[in-house]
Write a protein that binds this ligand. Structure first.
Ligand SMILES: Cc1ncc(COP(=O)(O)O)c(C=O)c1O
Length: 381
């Protein structure tokens, strides 16, 4: 493994994480379907401000389960961004529906509400906006555009637990929202995911899908009687030990977010002096939790040069995201040509995600910003 002077992410952990996990390990039972899972779900639904929450083993299964619960499938079209992580779009194919790639806007890098109506066809059944790097998409404007259409709104909030929009927490505004707790997320449990919804029906359905299509009144492993299988399902359950990390990480989420925001504001202050850099936006309407700290450069040439420069300096940076519609798989499967999503394609050539994590030191921040200063001092056009 490469030893970076500054990695892209570092996990924030403390004795509380260790204490709860140790307690459950020592308990020696209920490592699967333990009471801590429901405890985590309750804490998460209260945090987000919605009626129901289910913890799953990943954000990807949360997406898949949501699409199954709404019975989306063959002959259905689902509007998705191309500027997102691959599983937003893959999940559409998991259920044999067709992804309909839509354009993003320049401010929050979420689906562009103004362009949604033009995309609607008789087959459009759902729309899946994504909250990019910890900043909400324009969810209320998107909702307005699909009012009275009967479309299902599934928000891929994998990267945005803790952020808020117009005073509401991300995850409380769509029909169903999903979160990821994989290693690079602000709240991480190693691997994990969750869905939040206000629909009891969807909650009940996902509960079955998550666990073999089973309806359990009691924990399956503690129940000596026959199980009740009502449909087809998977094993997408979160482990008890993972849920413990969820509980203790959620308790410090607001603190972690504040630490990230402080670093982001420092970095933006330092980097704004370079006219070629556009720093991420933060406003009172859209509270950015900086799951990613992503800057924009004028073009691909400068972006790629800066990327290589930082890597050579031992500083991990990465492009989030390359457009999905231009990956070999999607391009070939749907015969897509470059140029169909000009804003997405332009932004994907400009973005570069820089390191940010709660315990980032002053030395690390100086190293990062000074490396970027040196890059622009020597940049030849
Ligand atoms: C936007 C987005 N959607 C979905 C996922 C999938 O989550 P997971 O990796 O937990 O399956 C991720 C994270 O990896 C993501 O960033």
């Amino acid at each position: 493994m490469h030893e970076w002077k500054i990695p892209l992410y570092k996990i924030y952990t403390d004795d509380e994480d260790l204490a709860l996990i140790t307690k459950i390990i020592k308990r020696g039972n209920r490592w699967a379907i333990g009471p801590e899972i429901e405890q985590f779900e309750n804490a998460l639904k209260n945090y987000v401000g919605c009626e129901y929450c289910l913890a799953l083993n990943s954000g990807t299964s949360a997406l898949h389960a949501s699409l199954l619960a709404y019975e989306l499938g063959k002959n259905d079209e689902i509007i998705v961004p191309s500027f997102t992580f691959i599983s937003t779009v893959n999940s559409v194919l998991f259920v044999n529906a067709k992804p309909d790639f839509a354009e993003i806007e320049e401010e929050n890098l979420g689906l562009d509400p103004q362009l949604i109506q033009k995309k609607l066809t008789d087959k459009t059944k759902a729309i899946m906006p994504m909250d990019c790097g910890g900043l909400s998409c324009k969810i209320f404007e998107i909702k307005k555009q699909i009012e009275d259409t009967g479309l299902v709104l599934i928000e891929d909030a994998a990267e945005a637990l803790g952020s808020s929009v117009k005073g509401t927490k991300v995850g409380s505004n769509a029909d169903t929202s999903i979160f990821s707790f994989t290693g690079n997320k602000v709240l991480t449990t190693g691997e994990g995911g969750a869905i939040t919804t206000n629909s009891r029906e969807i909650y009940e359905k996902i509960k079955q899908i998550r666990s073999h299509g089973r309806i359990d009144k009691f924990d399956y492993f503690s129940n000596p009687h026959e199980a009740n299988y009502q449909g087809i399902g998977y094993n997408w359950r979160m482990s008890t030990i993972t849920a413990c990390l969820g509980i203790t990480q959620l308790e410090k989420l607001d603190k972690i977010v504040k630490m990230r925001q402080k670093h982001a504001s420092f970095l933006s202050g330092r980097l704004s002096k370079h006219p070629q850099i556009q720093v991420p936006t933060h406003s009172s309407e859209y509270d950015h939790i900086y799951q990613m700290y992503t800057i924009r450069l004028p073009n691909k040439i400068i972006r790629d040069k800066l990327h290589s420069h930082l890597l050579a300096d031992g500083i991990f940076s990465k492009v989030y995201f390359y457009p999905i519609h231009l990956t070999d798989f999607y391009k070939n499967k749907f015969s897509i040509e470059a140029g169909v999503l000009p804003v997405t394609e332009k932004i994907a050539e400009q973005v570069l995600t820089l390191p940010i994590y709660p315990n980032m030191t002053v030395e690390e921040k100086n190293l990062l910003t000074e490396s970027i200063d040196r890059f622009f001092e020597t940049l030849e056009y």
